[in-house]
Ligand binder design. Sequence first.
Ligand SMILES: O=C1O[C@H](COP(=O)(O)O)[C@@H](O)[C@H](O)[C@H]1O
Length: 286
Amino acid sequence: MPPQPPAPPVFYSFPKVDVLQDSLANFVVKAQRDAVEKRGKFTIALSRGTLAANLKGLVGQENVQWDKWEVFFCDEAAVPLDSEDSNYHSNILSFLSDVPIPAGQIHTIDANLLDDLEELADQYEKQLIDHFAKSNAARYPTFDLMLLGIGPDGETASLFPGHELLSERDAWVAYLDDAPRGPKRRITMTLPVLTHCYRAVFVVSGNEKAEMLHAILDRPEEGLPCSRVRPASPGLVFFFADSEAAGLTKYPPTAFRWIDNEKEAEEAVAAAKRRAARRAAEEGGE
Ligand SMILES: O=C1O[C@H](COP(=O)(O)O)[C@@H](O)[C@H](O)[C@H]1O
């Protein structure tokens, strides 16, 4: 069968950030159930930034098979694991220290290698290879769930617009020492890894993200890093935004519900477009 085009992004908008956080927790748990049922474990990757705070709804969720989780980090600053710049540390504070995931299943950078960025990235890539090569014959690892943020310039993980790392196709993990903001020295999963997953979910809140979300959803042709995360079939991409972040986009929101496959995603987005067109016609006729 010829390769199928990616499914359209599914956009959920929530009235308040606490509703977003509860819905996100609910979605993550459903993604875990789906993955464990189909593949016997749940591989999840977490990005730096405000995402961690939006994951606190995971604490207290019931019927979660925490022992099936394998947690990786989409990007990480080259800092000690107890630094406030550490992605691992932010997620420990937000939820990881409150849930019983076995420590060996939380895959951190090797903090002994902070002086050598190339080694740091290679060692992290090796952890991915050790984990995925056994179960996955594909060219890139296939995460069950990739949780991503949206940076002020449309960057995601540590892939910044115009940066040469955006064209990396060989490495699974790469390093940079020139991040335009925050810690300059980092490692990051590369674009093909972000894109080669079952589900990618962007999580965004606050007014200051509204213009960027508008650009990403409504003008994907601009090719911002976030717009380039379009998992190929059978992967799906979702956007979770609070009403502030959702304030400018014209992309039609879908009512929040679990979407299992590309056909459901296509139908949900088509229905959301029809609803939006009807509303626009009604408003135009008033
Ligand atoms: O630098 C980064 O920024 C983006 C967005 O962070 P946020 O704090 O505005 O949510 C983040 O997604 C990325 O992983 C990080 O390296």
